[in-house]
Design a protein around this ligand. Sequence first.
Ligand code: ATP
Ligand code: MG
Length: 559
Amino acid sequence: MTLEKGKSIEQTENEAISSNFIQSIIDEDLEKGVYGNRVHTRFPPEPNGYLHIGHAKSICLNFGLAEKNKGKCNLRFDDTNPVKEDVEYVESIKEDVNWLGFQWDGLYYASDYFQKMYECAVKLIKKGKAYVCDLSSEEIKAYRGTLNEPGKDSPYRNRSIEENFELFDKMKNGEFKDGEKVLRAKIDMASPNLNMRDPVIYRISHNSHHNTGDSWCIYPMYDYAHPLEDAFEYITHSICTLEFEDHRPLYDWVLRELEFEAPPKQIEFARLNLTNTVMSKRYLKALVDDGVVEAWDDPRMPTIAGLRRRGYTPESIRDFCDRIGVAKSNSTVDIALLEHCIREDLKPKVETRMVVLDPLKVVITNYPEGQVEWFDIENNKENEDLGRRKVPFSKEIYIEKADFMENPPKKFFRLYPGNEVRLKGAYFVKCQEVIKNPKGDIIELRCTYDPETRSGSGFNARKVKGTLHWVDAAHAQKVTVNAYSHLMVENETEESVLNPDSLTVYNGFAEPGIEETKPGGRYQFFRHGYFFADPKLTKGNEYIFNRIVELKSSYKKKG
Ligand code: ATP
Ligand code: MG
């Protein structure tokens, strides 16, 4: 079941567990021995862009079902269209599938089947089930009729088998121009299903193909090619998204007319839609081409490569796909669920550090000049196994600008003139004086500390409401932090508005030790969220972190 906006995470999970209707179909087939005891699925991306989180759902589903049923899953590049595909995309797709934690059984290119597909077309012609048509694409459309009116037969529909065979051979040999002729399946121009009104199954395209070069100038159409690819690979369950439901009769027709035994079964499920996200390769490619984002793997992109660079783990994405499950009707999942999954994954696993993103200097006037104390602070409150570390403290520290207000509203429990707060793992400090520059900007605070309140001393004479993170100025390590938020302001339509504030860059300070972080390292920054040392950005002594997700969920339960 899909998480609808406003539905609780628990509710969604319970529904997901009971709703894998695809497993039920597989169970029934196994019981009846339709495919012996085989289960063989495939993930068939078109290599015309990078994979996105929607593809992850399909990957987890196909590879997951194979795993669960001790079956197999192929990775197949659906590269029957000569113009849009690219080797860069092929490589990125392989990397992404592997990174998600899956290994394919067979690796295939649909274009490797061009000869076999051609032979199948010849077989259809010889059975009188396909004909060469000279109508233009506009004419074909006009002849096709509408939902309320039947179509009209093409004047070429009754060509003889010999003539069709001869013309198709000439099409293949390059004797016609693009669009001059097509091969059509001969089904039923009055079918209530428009897809069955003599669909085009081959077209002419004098374009080089990234795999087959100039060997072919006729290319099979998706609805004809896809069932054949599945059948050639002995796929048992061919899982696709709902928009292909109306194409299923054609899928079945192709396999029936070509007399495949135990033909694969097409099963449709609802595609993933996410709030604040557009998931169309065409749209995402435009963002890259127009320079709206840095690249396909920009950490704001909903691509697998983008999520990886952002700092998402494969575990969190697989968990997300499990939780949303599979459904038969389309709906939109709140992106907060994806964010919840990465938090849940990292919470017990990563160490905490104190990092001040937007620093304000604090001088502790009564703290001894030249003294340094090393406080012992736990690395992860929930997981003692992650140990503890020493954090230095002295007379000058940095706190977060936002943790001070000169004229605070009610319920502001952080620092303000005369107020006392706890510095995490150290002392209580009280704000005594605010220093401003000539322009009136606050540039420094003067505070006093109470030595009695040393962390771990058992002091409990006073209570304070706020605990702030801080970084010792003398030991501070400069860091750059890229704080990302949603790329789109609203929902999943292409008219969505780009969020002008999807990236905020901070030049902050971290406690010492952060410079030992290896690229790919993850932390919780105390009070901020989860962060990732982007391997692509880490160079030399510059420490650059991506914010994966904030600590608090922005997810709002409704009603
Ligand atoms: P896009 O429209 O984003 O380009 P696509 O469907 O054209 O996507 P393909 O490369 O053809 O992309 O898709 C490979 C597989 O991934 C297909 O089986 C498709 O059904 C599935 N898939 C694509 N998008 C989603 C999605 N949002 N949710 C679930 N599955 C998806
Ligand atoms: Mg597609």
